[in-house]
Design a protein around this ligand. Structure first.
Ligand SMILES: Cc1cc2nc3c(=O)[nH]c(=O)nc-3n(C[C@H](O)[C@H](O)[C@H](O)COP(=O)(O)OP(=O)(O)OC[C@H]3O[C@@H](n4cnc5c(N)ncnc54)[C@H](O)[C@@H]3O)c2cc1C
Length: 397
């Protein structure tokens, strides 16, 4: 039988349902080739728990490559750097290229410091950890523990007071309390305050949670980092050893560079069916798209909701069936923030609550999400992942 090839660019949350349906695609004569920088996908909802030590790395990641190590699947370790839509070809950073009958983008978003970072030769600089990829949180945990073991201070600055910034700051405080890191201090640069856009009660609870554990919230923007000194928009400066960047996410520049239609943030424009309006064989979902019918926030909850629709539409497109629209754009989703001390803040619409029970609920939802995908390794294993990064269920936030 003549086989078709579906390429999954990126092994993001949005592609998990496609991987779970490998057998359906194979039965329809479609091989799936997935290109991703590493063999695993770390589940960001459990990332802050990785920082505190609540979870281990194997508990929070999906073995993408192992799932593809079966008939009909191929995993390629690499990074997509260009697309030639006319030739239906993808190019990798290392020079390889692959042709497709259909391609789906689930390459997520990246966190880029919106301030200059400079160092002075011969002088120590702060370690900078963007909050994505999630594995950076584990690297930061290891650095915090190592600094304490060496008797060094750890002056932590979290840049950004949104949900991810709050969870990371709270996570560092949780780790410091649990592991006795008494030379660790935490400050959060939050020019628009903590949790902008959240209900007032959630903002209060987040502020109290950080303040009672000694963290400082700085109502100013970081305008530069030079060595171990952060400069703020109010002309003050602050020494720091570890800097987390949680200033928001943006799609990679890939689509703009390849002349594809993009939205205001650079995300691939897709229709309600998660399909490019100009290149019907190009699909996408999650953080890397601009959802044409109504712009959506970049949250894993949408990637997770879009995944099954994307899987169904990719199969339908390649078998000549009818596509269905993605309609679940409701913004009133359950959100749970890990406070790092065994408690969580819950938000559902205007309702806000906090407590250990909320963390219990979050833990239960997150673990159930991890178990819900048949992605456990089959016979072959991709081997250890050595390339460490630096640099709903998804369900609730
Ligand atoms: C600390 C933190 C906590 C969060 N918690 C929550 C939460 O609780 N709930 C929630 O709704 N959202 C949460 N988010 C947001 C959530 O992480 C994202 O919205 C979600 O991961 C997007 O999923 P995705 O499928 O679009 O891409 P991702 O799941 O991010 O995956 C993208 C994949 O593509 C790969 N990739 C990137 N570029 C390329 C390329 N050029 N070629 C090939 N592969 C590539 C990446 O390595 C990655 O594996 C959190 C974010 C952070 C930073």
């Amino acid at each position: 039988m003549f086989k078709k090839r579906l390429i999954l660019a990126g092994g993001g949350h949005v592609h998990l349902p496609v991987l779970a349906r490998l057998a359906d695609f194979r039965a329809a004569g479609i091989d799936i080739l997935c290109i991703a920088p590493g063999p695993y996908l770390a589940y960001s909802g459990m990332g802050p728990g990785l920082l505190t030590g609540r979870y281990t790395l194997p508990e929070v990641r999906f073995p993408i490559a192992a799932r593809l190590a079966r008939p009909g699947g191929t995993f390629v370790r690499g990074t997509v750097s260009a697309i030639d839509p006319a030739a239906r070809r993808l190019f990798l950073r290392d020079g390889r290229h692959f042709s497709y009958d259909a391609v789906s983008f689930g390459i997520g978003s990246r966190v880029v410091p919106d301030f200059p970072v400079a160092s002075t030769p011969g002088l120590p600089g702060a370690t900078v950890y963007p909050v994505k990829p999630i594995e950076n949180l584990l690297l930061a945990r290891q650095e915090l523990l190592a600094r304490t073991a060496a008797g060094e201070t750890a002056r932590v600055l979290v840049v950004g007071g949104g949900a991810a910034g709050f969870e990371v700051a709270a996570g560092v405080l949780g780790l410091a309390a649990a592991a006795g890191l008494d030379r660790t201090t935490v400050a959060v640069a939050a020019p628009r305050g903590l949790l902008p856009g959240w209900p007032e009660r959630a903002v209060e609870l987040a502020g109290e949670s950080l303040a009672r554990r000694g963290a400082t919230v700085i109502p100013a923007r970081v305008v530069g980092l030079c060595g171990q000194t952060a400069q703020f928009s109010d002309a003050t400066a602050r020494p720091c050893d570890i800097v987390f960047v949680a200033t928001g996410t943006q799609p990679p520049g890939l689509f703009t560079n390849c002349g594809l239609s993009v939205g205001p943030g650079g995300g691939l424009t897709v229709s309600a069916c998660l399909q490019s309006p100009f290149h019907p064989e190009i699909f996408g979902g999650g953080d890397c798209i601009h959802f044409g019918p109504t712009p959506l926030p970049r949250a894993g909850v949408y990637a997770v909701r879009q995944g099954p629709v994307l899987a169904r539409n990719l199969l339908a497109f390649l078998t000549g069936d009818r596509l269905r629209p993605f309609c679940d754009t409701d913004r009133n989703f359950l959100a749970l923030l890990n406070c790092g001390d065994g408690r969580a803040i819950l938000r559902k619409g205007p309702f806000v609550a906090e407590g250990a029970w909320a963390m219990g609920l979050k833990d239960w939802i997150d673990r159930r999400f991890m178990r819900s995908f048949p992605l456990r390794p089959s016979s072959r294993s991709p081997g250890p992942d050595t390339g460490g990064p630096r640099g709903s269920a998804h369900p609730p936030r």
